[in-house]
Write a protein that binds this ligand. Sequence first.
Ligand code: FES
Ligand code: MG
Length: 575
Amino acid sequence: MAKTKETLRSARWFAPDDLRSFGHRSRMMQMGYDPEDWTGRPVIAIINTWSDAQPCHAHFKHRVDDVKRGVLQAGGFPLELPALSLSESFVKPTTMLYRNMLAMETEELLRSHPVDAAVLMGGCDKTTPGLVLGAISAGLPSIYLPAGPMLRGNYKGEYLGSGSDAWKYWDERRAGNISDKEWVGIEGGIARSYGHCMTMGTASTMTAIAEALGLTLPGASSIPAADVNHIRMSTQTGRRAVEMVWEDLVPSEILTPAAVRNAAVVAMTMGCSTNAVIHLVAMARRAGVDFTLDQLDALGRTTPVLANVRPSGDKYLMEDFYYAGGIRALMASLGDKLDLTAKTVAGVTLGEGIDGAEVINDDVIRPITNPVYHEGALAVLRGNLAPNGCVIKPSACAEHLLVHEGRAIVFDSYPEMKKAVDDPDLDVTENDILCLRNAGPQGGPGMPEWGMLPIPTKLVKKGIRDMLRLSDARMSGTSYGACILHVAPESHIGGPLAFLKTGDIIRVDVPNRSIDMLVDEDELARRRAAWVVPKPYYGRGYGHAFAKHVKQADEGCDFDFLETGFGEPVPEPDI
Ligand code: FES
Ligand code: MG
């Protein structure tokens, strides 16, 4: 229902002539505001994930002023509320342990404060799903402001891509092909402006998903952080947040089954990060939309990769993608693969938002007739090793490994694996399958990005750059290679990966979507009976609660009690 000045949620705090409201008003005045600032004006929460330990959001410290300018122009009252900044680069053991914490923080910040709508400022991997999950559950009008990708990396005139080139040159260094001096030069050139990773990693994937879901202004997710267009877009986002209050445009009107499907299609055409699977499933489930791995896989079979951005692409980065027309041009070229009638926060449909968009460079944004990869970026495999599914990114792995039978080499922990791969006597060939367990949501804990297991040094020296790897971990969206990830259920809770032994033969068939260990049922039953349940990692604290409530990868790793339909809705605060 459209709002009036009298029915603003914030007016419940500020308008009544009673003792509580006296307190709210006098404390606003303590900050130098007066009734002109808030009376009859939508109060816009700006959830800002800036911090001194978040390089991807460094500009948010000042960019928030541009958002505030927009809010004020449109007659609103901005209130900046800082939230967990979740830097992928620094947070240990993994930001994934804390995505749900940011989601809870966002939901409760919005619920508990005198605000009418939210601008969500995020971009680094987990911040997008964290903020969006929280906003869905809070239910206030919410608009997403993506941080924007950083500029292309540069070393001696060569492009450098976040993550992807770190892995690539690390292998070359291990092979003895790169000097210390060159290595230091790469270190100084790979991240040379604020903004999130500029490969098609999890950040670029998730901001594109936010846009395709209808949660940003048209084109917002492609603008590089350091481009002044990003400043203008930020101000427009602030203005639009105020209008959304009057229209009472809440997330449930945006996050429909059609929007989720659009987001999955766009993610696939972008050559998305494997992490997209977990976050998109989580966001859909929060919104009460039924969306499964099988639906994603089915879409993948008919959706080609069109964005020629590394690591699925061979050369370009997000800055090039923006100059080539950005996500609006990509979506415009998808024709009837998208539901263009889906509503967006902009107050127009997805179709209206991309109207007139053109591809400027068709080597960066390929036409459907000349894709980067003929099928979707992701495939979901099932079998006796992953009854609830696992994920592979066929577009980023060597073709000859897509159908493969090989000997398992199994590691119980990351440190064990790390030590072994450097051992010159490790019994391994390029036809084997490196397997890591105890790396899932509970086992990691937090499902770290360990899934791109390093190729053993002795094989790297032989020139091998890809082989099959398998785990219940995730991998960075900037990673590449034949990595089978998110095995569910995970080994730590007794998924079949717990019973795999070195020497077992694993058969992988990506075109037929299967993954099996060739071990007979009786033998598996014996191993299951002998299995010792691992000790939990945390005896107290957040990690303890995490382990009790986190769902498995195929269900999005949300907390059970945060999911829509878990129980009674949370009441609005009694003012
Ligand atoms: Fe922030 Fe990659 S480290 S997006
Ligand atoms: Mg990442």
